[in-house]
Write a protein that binds this ligand. Structure first.
Ligand code: ADP
Ligand code: MG
Length: 306
């Protein structure tokens, strides 16, 4: 039994536009998604997320490279694992005049899932009673949760959601986020793509960041952040000019940021206050600046020209 849910090596895909121009969508992607938990698949628009997902699901053919899902080579052995995968790649079609529940019952019948699953998956996606309302009365967030509910009917181990929060308002985004977190906590593997880091940062156990179809960084959120920007402290002090001179002389890098100075280069906060106080510059505020995934993401994808 492998503890890797998805792995790709040297995955490549070039599209040819109608005018004969070549577009390299994915160029040598090495992806590794551990089994269990939520994995954020992050990258700017056009970085190759959807193409990669479509290749994994056998919807488009790769030009080169290898892929496995639960240790099985795909697409060759996709039929052996497809029953363990639930995916939303484009908006699924539901009948607007039927209730959410009725829509799921029809789907369950079509794929041979027990009817009792319908109630369970409605609960799992917090639709519950609203399952008895017509699909067309649902908010976008509820529609998207019904789509997730549909993927859960056959009790998959791996869920693949391509930008599931696209077009949702903050409440809808939160609902989807909580649903994903719940699935991850149940031990399912959730691969969720997004071009908006903040939507995924709070639920992802691990992330991969891609740009131009290549892997830029991957690991736990902490690892990816740690590998990025150097520790920084934010200092409020009266005389910026004098303070900057003292700290630069101490070998630190200093940048002004509004009323604050950002002091970079692994500064020891006690050392910063001592040096400044020594010259009668008194610090009124000092706080570590938490490097967040957003800044690492921007740093990594900067100059990607996307
Ligand atoms: N069917 C297609 N034909 C031609 N080019 C495509 C096609 N699908 C995607 N592309 C191009 O491939 C690149 C990657 O697209 P995509 O995988 O959709 O990225 P993402 O999902 O990260 O936004 C983009 O430059 C896009 O324009
Ligand atoms: Mg996409």
């Amino acid at each position: 039994m492998s503890d890797v849910a998805i792995s790709t090596r040297g995955l490549r895909k070039t599209y040819r536009t109608r005018r004969g121009r070549k577009v390299v969508a994915v160029q040598g992607l090495d992806l590794e998604v551990p089994a269990g938990g939520v994995h954020g698949f992050l990258g700017p628009n056009g970085s190759g997320k959807t193409t990669s997902i479509r290749m994994l699901l056998g919807l488009v053919r790769a030009d080169a490279g290898t892929m496995t899902v639960f240790g099985r080579p795909v697409p060759a052995q996709l039929p052996d694992v497809v029953g363990r995968i639930g995916a939303i790649v484009e908006s699924p079609k539901f009948f607007p005049a039927f209730t959410g529940e009725k829509n799921l019952e029809l789907l369950a019948e079509a794929i041979g899932a027990p009817r009792a699953r319908v109630g369970e998956v409605l609960e799992q996606t917090s639709l519950g009673e609203r399952g008895r309302d017509r699909f067309r009365s649902y908010s976008l967030g509820m529609k998207q949760r019904l789509a997730i509910a549909a993927t859960l009917l056959k009790e998959p181990d791996l869920l693949i959601f391509d930008e599931p929060t696209n077009g949702l308002d903050p409440a809808g985004i939160r609902e989807i986020r909580e649903t994903m977190r719940g699935l991850g906590e149940q031990g399912k593997t959730v691969l969720v793509s997004s071009h908006i880091l903040a939507e995924v940062e709070q639920v992802a156990d691990t992330v991969s960041i891609i740009g131009h179809g290549r892997l830029l960084a991957s690991g736990t959120v902490a690892e990816v952040i740690g590998g990025g920007t150097a520790p920084t402290v934010k200092v409020a002090v009266g005389d910026h000019e004098a303070a900057t001179r003292i700290l630069v002389a101490a070998g630190l890098t200093v940048r002004a940021d509004g009323k604050y100075l950002l002091v970079e280069g692994a500064p020891d906060p006690a050392d910063v206050t001592r040096r400044l106080a020594h010259q009668e510059l008194y610090v009124s505020e000092l706080a570590p600046v938490r490097a967040d995934l957003e800044s690492v993401f921007l740093e990594l994808t900067e100059g990607e020209g996307l």
